[in-house]
Design a protein around this ligand. Sequence first.
Ligand SMILES: [Zn+2]
Ligand SMILES: [Zn+2]
Length: 431
Amino acid sequence: MSDDAASLELLRAPVGTHDLLPGASDRWVALLGLFANHAHLYGYGLIQTPLFEDVRLFKRGVGTETEVVGKEMYEFEDRGGRAMALRPEGTASVVRAFLQARPTPPFRAWYAAPIFRYERPQAGRYRQHHQVGIEVLGISDPDVDVEVLGLGIDYLTGLGLQGFTLRLNTLGDSACRPQYLEELRAYFHDHAPELCDEHAAKIDRNPLRILDCKTESCRAVSVGAPSMLDALCVDCGTHFERVKEGLDARGIAYFLDQRLVRGLDYYTRTAFEVTLDLGDGELTLLGGGRYDGLVEVLGGPSTPGIGFGSGIERVLLACDRQGVFAVPPRSPLAYVIDTTDGRAARDLVAELRAGGIATERAYGNRSMKSQFKTADRSGARFALVVGERELESGTVTIRDLRGDGEQLVVLRAEVLSFLSNRTITTPEGSS
Ligand SMILES: [Zn+2]
Ligand SMILES: [Zn+2]
């Protein structure tokens, strides 16, 4: 690579990543606020875990057979020779933190976190993407499955999204799944020549994955495969009935999808995804399920768990397609234009900000015309002009930058109260 090419490369975000700049990020702030509000309503507190963990956490907890760990995980050796990995999903770290701190269950946590997967970049898919999600540990009651789903649906609905589909399945548990897997293996062995190459070779290792395969051949064979629903033990059957009853009671529509097995090994019983048909393809907005076996797999005491993760970029892509959740960039209420030496602007801006008024100003003694231009560009509602005349008379000239450009002179001492009243009483767009 030439030096020029190398330095150009330095000026680009790595392939599959993106920057989020001021302006566009206002929508993210609003989305995170919305999610935090819903999480709060449901009794969840924020959790933050490291971006990287011991690689064994993900290998053991998520499984090396999974795409995200087996094929897409960022692994590296740190300077101390430890094998580490960048978090490829949200749940394992939360469970690790729970096991480390041992809080009294039930434990309810929400997160907003970057997730790293080395995959082929495409629309809504990034090597660093971001998820909001929740995890509940210590409750096996099926009513909590309904609450988790309810929070997810409330969040998507709160964004204004419509027409999405909740796909629901149950994966059984250690009492009934092994026998079901045997039936499934036997069925797929009978149809081995019809499966895709990858799965023809993997029937014994993980037959559930075949149900999830996107190739025509595997899909066709899967249609006739035995269903987990017919193989549930009494406890799993009762659990699933109560989940469905709870969703009905909340008026949440769902679609039973026995092909939904999720990509991760630790799921038990309830599994779900919310998808949106975009016409030219399907977008998964949210996915999760119950993982009653995970805590034990990681070496902790038997503890039930359930949660979901939802990709922020994908959800915003869906919002764009549906023309919803268009959060305008936040603009200041006031913009101070000082044609004297800038001291008046310095002091007025400080006073207004201390009084809770979002305020900006120009710097560097620019012309009045140039300052008005930046004031317009800032989106501010009012320009506060201080010139020689205003300084002498102890006033500020306030011009409405929207509407009819109305202008009035206010005593310097009354500017804050004038603007405070305008924030409450002035409807958007009127003067
Ligand atoms: Zn296949
Ligand atoms: Zn069971």
